[in-house]
Design a protein around this ligand. Structure first.
Ligand SMILES: [Zn+2]
Length: 78
């Protein structure tokens, strides 16, 4: 079902997320990959067979600056 060359990874393969995006709905927070996987913006996935994969990559990297700002508030101003 994949028209791409080289062929996109199968949903069972570890690099399944490398498949091309065929439908993207960022406003709804999900994308459909060429191999049938639905990827959500929180990195959760829904496989073609109905298997759900929980979010597995950090999406809160933007929170690091605020936590470091809290830490820096404990540093006396020079
Ligand atoms: Zn493909």
């Amino acid at each position: 079902m994949c028209p791409h060359t080289p062929r996109c990874p199968d949903p069972e393969e570890p690099d399944r997320e490398a498949a091309r995006t065929v439908v993207s709905h960022p406003e709804q927070g999900w994308s459909l990959l060429c191999n049938g996987i639905v990827v959500f913006e929180d990195t959760g996935e829904l496989l073609p067979g109905g298997t759900a994969i929980p979010p597995h990559r950090p999406t809160d990297l933007f929170a690091l600056p605020s936590s470091s700002a809290v830490a820096s508030s404990h540093i006396p101003a020079a």
